[in-house]
Design a protein around this ligand. Structure first.
Ligand SMILES: *Cc1c(COP(=O)(O)O)cnc(C)c1O
Length: 384
């Protein structure tokens, strides 16, 4: 292995300080305004941000909630999904997707992913449907939307509810429509590492249906309407006004940040190809050129490589941080052992768990940093 010394250039996986430096004054003013008003729970700050997100996503209703996880949970609650029900979803996602289903006593039924996109393979859904199936939760993983046309037509044909897990995909498009705005519900996350990240936890439920929006509104606040009268049992799933204030400052920057992510992905693809590293040993993510109909928003830039764990360690020593999303597919998680799945059930998801590596792709990543990532990978594989 090549060990020639280099100027050490640090490349973090994400650099939130770089982003904050560009919006410090506006953010501090927005936070100060909430403190001045001492109005921390719901109210105009949250409502204005909900309207802004609804407009950006092209969806009639947006309801701020406490996290992306709770967005999925509340959507399932709004449909009354619980014990005896089955929900089709991906085995290759963040835990929250399947966690929301099981917390309500329903059963996640996994369907393998497409190797090329890491998203639910919609052609495999039909054979997993049963009389108990109530909903499908496709995940728009890494910022790329799942095959929503097929999923929606299957759902229509079988009377199923579709809840898009758009936690990683705000602003993504498919067929000219935005992530979260196609299904009966969409869930967004404002976890700090998402493309639109708050100063803590936050999320949003999108829906085009006023009756569903109304139920979600009530459920996020203990099912209360009017005050101290409860027709439904909900919970405390509210979005903080402080989070809404910070996020409202960030939202107008989202387009520029998304473009910068896409540019960084382009740069990686050019560099890997120019250095002869792709398609072998580095398999690049399939990112179509963005236009009005389709857009991958590159929340993560995820390559597939052999010797993934050794490469990750090698890069870390060179100051390049990477991450594995996700090392254990959901059907093999210890807490889901009683669902009865086994290794080999979902080969594409299991292979992804062995081979994927997410590279730094945040908007403020500099060209020398991206070059350092690719050089590190070239050196690991001993290429000239
Ligand atoms: C982040 C994420 C969630 C959960 O969002 P939180 O805001 O962290 O609760 C759910 N699903 C996916 C795919 C995610 O990436």
């Amino acid at each position: 292995m090549c060990t020639k010394s280099k100027n050490v250039i640090q490349v973090p996986l994400l650099d939130l300080k770089a982003q904050y430096n560009g919006i410090r004054r506006e953010t501090e003013a927005a936070v100060a305004a909430v403190f001045e008003a001492q109005s921390f729970i719901l109210g105009a700050t949250v409502e204005n941000f909900e309207r802004a997100v609804a407009a950006v996503c092209g969806c009639a209703h947006a309801v701020g909630v406490s996290s992306g996880s709770d967005a999925l949970l509340v959507a399932l609650m709004a449909e009354g999904i619980g014990p005896g029900d089955e929900v089709i979803t991906s085995p290759y996602s963040f835990f929250a997707t399947a966690g929301a289903i099981t917390r309500l006593g329903a059963r996640p039924v996994f369907v393998d992913i497409e190797s090329s996109t890491f998203n639910l393979d919609a052609s495999l859904i039909r054979e997993r449907l049963s009389a108990r199936t109530r909903a499908i939760i496709p995940v728009h993983l890494y910022g790329q939307m799942a095959a929503m046309e097929t999923i929606m037509s299957l759902a229509d044909a079988h009377g199923l509810v579709v809840i898009e897990d758009a936690a990683q995909a705000i602003g993504a498009r498919r067929g000219g429509r935005s992530a979260g705005a196609i299904g009966h519900y969409g869930g967004l996350s404002f976890f700090p590492s998402k493309n639109l990240g708050g100063a803590g936890d936050g999320g949003m439920v999108l829906t085009g249906d006023p009756a569903r929006a109304d139920r979600v509104h009530k459920l996020r606040n203990h099912g209360m309407d009017p005050k101290y009268y409860h027709a439904l049992i909900g919970g405390n799933f509210r979005l903080d006004a402080l989070q809404a204030a910070v996020l409202a400052v960030k939202l107008p920057h989202l387009e520029a940040w998304t473009s910068a992510r896409i540019d960084n992905a382009d740069r990686y693809a050019r560099l890997f190809t120019a250095k002869g590293l792709s398609p072998d040993p580095v398999k690049l993510p399939a990112i179509p050129p963005p236009d009005a109909t389709i857009r991958h928003v590159v929340n993560q830039y995820v390559i597939r490589v052999p010797q993934r764990d050794a490469l990750r360690g090698f890069l870390q020593e060179r100051g390049v941080s990477t991450e594995i999303y996700y090392p254990v597919p959901l059907h093999l998680q210890e807490c889901f052992r009683d669902l009865g799945y086994a290794a080999g059930d979902f080969p594409a998801a299991e292979q992804a768990a062995r081979e994927t590596l997410a590279l730094p792709v945040y908007p403020e990543l500099t060209d020398p940093q991206a070059d350092a990532v690719v050089e590190g990978i070239r050196d690991f594989f001993n290429r000239p």
